[in-house]
Write a protein that binds this ligand. Structure first.
Ligand code: HEM
Length: 432
């Protein structure tokens, strides 16, 4: 299936599940693997028997860029780093981060006033990326990128595209001195300089901020007393910088894409924002009252999960239902496909936020919905991303209608993340 998966992974995985059901054996290049759509089987792999699985060798390409940070590391190293990072995401830390999120969002909506007045088009994905990037560096590293933002904006798309395009490539193909490989390495070196710059600046200032960077810098190994070395720090920061803004910006972009075709839902979101935020500065307590906004966001993550697919390597033989998963084979878990299984999601292509009322969520298998993954390797930024997104959606909807510019054909493009291709052009209409 290599040619099909390379040219159109979404269609290939969707068709495999449609034709063959919840467990499909696929041979992709050198890999034997199993596309798994049954929520019980997914739960088994991600949670119940997670010790039997590592991230799959396909992540090697991701490692080329972000190294061995939380997303890609395994076993003892992963556990230590996850424990170190966890306090940065606790509820009381999230409450404290709301102000920084609100400030960043206010900056965007204020800047948009003139844009709306002039009737100019915006590049929606770029705007959402700018916003989520400012939020992640402010909250996790207590800094702003200032001039370096331009470097991140220029280099990340190169790195992202390269990883997405080389998932199925051999190591040799990615090492040859081809223009695409050289461009990737140059972009990565520029990104590295930004990340090492953040570390150096903090070491120089010696400031003890209540953020992730301080937690990592201050951490000592329980047994050896050693601190994290620069390479490990770099990998963790690079991981957080990239995992922490790209996904959320895409989730927001897809939300506006869906809302623009449903003006009546968009109006109700704006009403909810007016009722809950009531012209005040938004707080953490407000976020919990944004019920419809939450359901809209969850439905957007169902239809367009930014982490559209991931995979695992079976370390020993395992059983999924009536079948043996041999050691050394891969398991593909593809939220984009699981979220469209008609047996789990009736009329799956329809945008319907009511799927996420409390009763309907309770009636559904837990692993039928997994935009943030599941089990011990579940996204550490799950709550962070949700709070940030709900604040952004309601604060923006309170002030503007986001309208798609006419004549666009927008398709999901599966790189590492699911991007709207070729992008989303939109105009802003101020709400009275
Ligand atoms: C809508 C936004 C987001 C989505 C859809 C998302 C999705 C995911 C998914 C599916 C995984 C699991 C991948 C796997 O099991 O192979 C994951 C892991 C991870 N995410 Fe997110 N993420 C989002 C936002 C964030 C944010 C805001 C942060 C940081 C502030 C973050 C940091 C991470 C990290 C560090 C991991 C690895 C966790 C571990 O293995 O211990 N993510 N994310």
């Amino acid at each position: 299936m290599l040619p099909q998966v390379r040219s159109n992974p979404l269609r290939t995985f969707l068709a495999a599940a449609d034709r063959h059901g919840d467990l499909v054996h696929l041979k992709i290049g050198p890999y034997h693997g199993y596309l798994t759509c049954d929520p019980e089987a997914i739960k088994h792999v991600l949670r119940t028997n997670h010790r039997n699985y590592h991230k799959s060798p396909i992540y090697a390409r991701l490692k080329d860029a972000i190294g061995e940070g939380l997303v890609t590391s395994e076993d003892a190293l992963w556990l230590r780093q996850r424990r170190l990072a966890a306090p940065a995401f606790h509820r009381e830390r999230l409450v404290a981060m709301v102000d920084a999120m609100v400030e960043a969002i206010e900056r965007t909506v204020d800047r948009w006033e003139a844009v709306a007045a002039r009737g100019e088009e915006i590049d929606l994905v770029a705007e959402m990326t700018d916003l989520t990037q400012r939020v992640i560096v402010r909250t996790m590293f207590s800094t702003d990128l200032s001039a370096a933002a331009e470097i991140v904006n220029r280099t990340w798309p190169i790195v992202n595209r390269r990883i997405g395009e080389t998932f199925w490539a051999t190591k040799l193909e990615t090492r040859l001195p081809l223009p695409a490989n050289l461009r990737f390495r140059r972009a990565l070196a520029d990104l590295d300089a930004v990340v090492y710059g953040i570390i150096d600046e903090r070491r120089r200032s010696g400031a003890d901020e209540p953020d992730l960077l301080s937690m990592f810098l201050g951490a000592r190994d329980e047994e050896t007393g050693e601190r994290m070395n620069d390479r490990q720090l770099r990998d963790e920061l690079m991981t957080m910088l990239l995992a922490g803004h790209e996904t959320t910006s895409l989730a927001l972009s897809w939300t506006w894409f869906l809302l623009s075709s449903r003006p009546e839902v968009d109006e109700r979101i704006a009403e909810e924002a007016r009722a809950v935020l009531a012209g005040r500065r938004a707080s953490f307590a407000d976020v919990e009252r944004l019920e419809l906004t939450r359901m809209v966001f969850q439905e957007a993550l169902r239809l367009y999960p930014p982490a559209w697919g991931f995979s695992r390597l079976a370390l020993a033989d395992d059983r999924l239902g009536d079948y043996t998963i041999p050691a050394g084979s891969l398991v593909y878990i593809v939220p984009f496909v699981v979220h469209r299984r008609p047996s789990l999601w009736p009329d799956p292509e329809r945008f319907d936020p009511q799927r996420f009322t409390a009763e309907r969520v309770a009636a559904r298998a837990q692993f039928a919905y997994l935009p943030f993954g599941g089990g011990p390797r579940q996204c550490i930024g799950n709550q962070f991303a949700t709070v940030e997104a709900l604040l952004a959606i309601s604060m923006i909807a309170r002030r503007y209608r986001v309208r798609l510019a006419p004549g666009q054909r927008i398709e999901p493009q599966p790189l590492i993340t699911l991007r709207p291709s070729p992008g989303i052009r939109a105009t802003l209409e101020a709400r009275s």
